[in-house]
Ligand binder design. Structure first.
Ligand code: NAP
Length: 474
């Protein structure tokens, strides 16, 4: 296979990646988009193998072992455990890039720089200066190492294997800054020394620094902020892969890495914006270490019975469901879909209000509701639904808390002040389904639950919704 053909195949694979990512933007095309990107990746892998004439046995063996482990992990994972699985996948992406960087540096040192560059040119047809390759190796090792251990910490925090509280110590930021500076000095020594023993020593030190930095950067971040960190680390894993692509001069690896890097950054930005927090605040504020319940909310929560709720719902002309993390915990989506169907049959207009950061990962509610076959047209974004909220008869808040907390609108002292919310409190009647008086991710009290027009339906969300469905069946 010649260089022109391989690049044409790489372009085809890149186009498939780009269209695949575009299709992920909408729930009804997401599956197809995923498959399209997978076909692109297969094309890229097969083309590379044919071009480089590598030893197939090792690669096929690796694909089989990795594929089986990945398939088992992906089929077994609960929807609520998805962010931690993604964290692990990102981490292994970072490790793979680090290993590519390490292996290439070893090769460069064994055969000498000139020999290494000659082989690279023979294989790719491109001439690059030595400093460029060594710089790419240094950056790959740094970003790959940080991504690997940072993702392991994120996985540990999300899965409960590590404490979710931010681990803070005095002078932490200074220590991180000094380590980052030392890592950059290490890269400079590598670039200056190229294939010398000093450069190799600096490379080894860089690996150690990168691995420790990944831990130190992630431990001060609270467990609840981990999904944002995972999106950022996802971006890092892409950047590390793109850097690795620059070392071995593989165009499709550069393109795929840049796509992951850019989309991960965009997602990180969307999540921060939806929480009205800057990335700096997420990374450095230790959110979750100090937030406490009780932000001056007065009054009492008024419990209601399922039977009372049934009478109100039976007469409702318009109903908005506001799902949150508790719906995911309860796995109530199928029961909710059933109740929504009954209310529609009863003549009510039914909508689902989707907050961009409801749940614990981007698109969490969309995925759960799609799994229960809730029609896409019933899912409405925050602005759409807020515009009609004052005319809505009943808002049913299912395990949502922070995303419906009016403190975000009217309490400048609140840590979530400024975060856009779903204005469930503006509906004529609000039913809130939760197990007890537990706070949400932010740890803050919620005035919605104390509102004059709010009634609490205590219990597991799935059990409560199933009881409501039962009332309609009587
Ligand atoms: P939330 O604020 O975390 O509140 C979830 C509520 O669900 C809790 O108050 C809990 O109360 C209730 N609950 C738990 N299990 C339940 C069950 N089995 N049945 C019924 N209720 C149950 O959730 P949210 O309103 O969806 O807000 C998401 C939060 O996560 C936001 O603060 C957001 O910024 C943050 N976050 C989200 C993402 C993302 O990508 N989606 C990323 C990072 C951070 P009880 O204990 O009383 O039942």
């Amino acid at each position: 296979m010649n260089a022109v053909l391989i690049n044409l195949l790489y372009i085809a694979a890149s186009i498939l990646f780009i269209f695949g990512i575009k299709m992920l933007g909408s729930a009804d095309t997401a599956r197809k988009g995923n498959r399209l990107s997978a076909v692109g990746m297969l094309l890229a892998v097969v083309a590379t193998l044919l071009y480089l004439g590598l030893d197939w046995t090792m690669v096929v063996g690796g694909v089989l072992v990795g594929g089986v482990i990945g398939a088992i992990a992906a089929t077994r994972v609960q929807m609520t455990g998805m962010p931690e699985l993604v964290a692990l996948f990102n981490g292994f992406g970072g490790l793979a890039s680090l290993l590519v960087g390490g292996a290439e540096f070893q090769k460069l040192r064994d055969g000498g720089l000139e020999h290494y560059l000659g082989a690279l040119q023979a294989q790719s047809g491109v001439t690059v200066p030595g400093w460029f390759v060594v710089l790419a190796i240094g950056l790959t090792v740094l970003v790959g190492g940080v991504t690997f251990t940072g993702s392991l910490v994120a996985w540990g925090k999300l899965s409960g294997k590590l404490s979710g509280s931010p681990a803070l110590f005095p002078g932490q930021k200074l220590v991180n800054l000094l380590m980052m500076a030392a890592a950059l000095v290490g890269i400079a020594l590598m670039v200056g020394g190229k294939d010398s023993p000093l450069a190799f020593g600096a490379g080894l030190a860089l690996v150690a620094l990168a691995l420790v930095l990944g831990v130190l950067i992630t431990v001060p971040i609270g467990g609840g902020d981990m999904p944002v960190v995972i999106a950022l680390l996802n971006s890092f894993s892409g950047i590390a892969a793109a850097m690795a692509g620059f070392i071995i001069l593989n165009n499709v690896l550069v393109v795929a890495g840049c796509l992951v890097g850019a989309s991960g950054l965009i997602l990180t930005g969307i999540m921060c914006k939806a929480m009205n927090r800057s990335l700096g605040n997420v990374l450095f504020s230790g959110f979750g270490a100090t937030a406490e319940g009780g932000s001056g909310v007065e009054g009492e929560m008024k419990p209601a019975s399922v039977e009372d709720a049934y009478y109100v719902l039976e007469a409702a002309q318009s109903v908005v469901f506001v799902p949150g993390y508790g719906m995911a915990v309860a796995q109530a989506q199928h029961a909710v879909k059933e109740l929504a169907g009954i209310l529609e049959e009863n003549g009510a207009e039914v909508r689902f209000a989707i907050h961009p950061v409801a749940g614990r990962m981007p698109g969490h509610m969309n995925v759960l509701l799609a799994e229960a076959d809730v029609p896409y047209e019933q899912l409405q974004e925050m602005d759409q639904v807020n515009a009609v909220m004052p005319t809505v008869d009943v808002a049913i808040v299912i395990g949502a808390n922070d995303v419906v907390n009016p403190a975000a609108l009217n309490d400048p002292a609140s840590p979530i002040y400024g975060m856009p919310i779903i204005n469930a409190h503006e509906a004529k009647t609000v039913y809130c389904l939760k197990r007890g008086k537990g706070t949400g991710f932010s740890g803050l009290e919620n005035a919605l639950f104390f509102g004059e027009n709010t009634r609490m339906l205590y219990g597991d969300a799935k059990a409560t919704v199933t009881e409501l469905v039962g009332e309609f069946g009587k």
